[in-house]
Design a protein around this ligand. Sequence first.
Ligand SMILES: *Cc1c(COP(=O)(O)O)cnc(C)c1O
Length: 343
Amino acid sequence: MFDLNNIIRPNIKALKPYSCARDEFKGEASVFLDANENPYNAPFNRYPDPLQWAVKGRISVIKGVAKESIFLGNGSDEPIDLMYRAFCEPRVDNVVAINPTYGMYEVCADINDIEYRKVELDENFQFSADKLLAKADEHTKVMWLCSPNNPTGNLLASGEIEKLLKAFNGIVVVDEAYIDFAETVSFAKKLAQFPNLVVLQTFSKAWGSAAIRLGMAFASTAIISVLHTSKYPYNVNILTQKQALELLGNANQVSDWVNTLKAERSNLVNELQKLAIVTHIYPTDANFILTKVKDACATYNHLVSRGIIVRNRHSVTLCGNCLRITVGTPEENAILLSELKKL
Ligand SMILES: *Cc1c(COP(=O)(O)O)cnc(C)c1O
């Protein structure tokens, strides 16, 4: 049985959270003399809403997740780091993750001095719940999944994710940074079923807003409360909150971008297939394509010399001679293809 009380670090459980002026007084007022703010330079003189309720209200409608089940952070990087700070005791606890996957899970484990255990994906870039469970012990607090996965581009089998959620007594994180480019439903729809599920999404990819640094975590209200208790009080600034509100009022624009990028993705796959240097193109559910070429480093260097930057993944597990190519505008993709055709 999953029991959140067994997962939270003792110091976090005992924590008396910082109480800011904006927490203490809730309600309508016209004269605010409680937070030592400068009365001039509105609206930037006031501390922002520490729990970002206006932004969460909009996200709640779009994602079909209750406001109280949403955490917002300074990019997904913040909830990733908080999973360690809130749940993993340095030098005692450990986490288990698929390999290869997004690099930040391991970097944050290292920073927090938490053992990071890797389990290699199979040749189709799928994982086995049993293999992850076999790596775990009584100190395993979190398992990291990423679907669609980075850098491989594929969705993980949802049956296997559910099997892990049922069998593992710790937290399972499903990072869905690329979910908008996939033909599937989000695991955020299954929060009621799985008290140990944390789903990550972000404004950095489909929402076209990597610069504003806004990441989302969806989970049970109990898990979200722990993240709220552990975060910096004003972790999402007012410029980001305002820009997010504007964007959330313009969701049609976002789906237009996504549709264009999906069409460009198919086109790019078709064109890459015709090239002699391309030896394999992996199936993708994301806004990038992982492709194996004859000599990844030579191709990468040629592209760099022409001012075109892709990601060389040659040194990554299971990704020998692979390049990860982000789908760009039709013009950018045409420039890439014309350079690749010269090789
Ligand atoms: C790009 C990416 C993110 C986004 O991180 P932010 O901090 O929100 O910009 C998260 N997870 C994965 C797997 C990614 O590839």
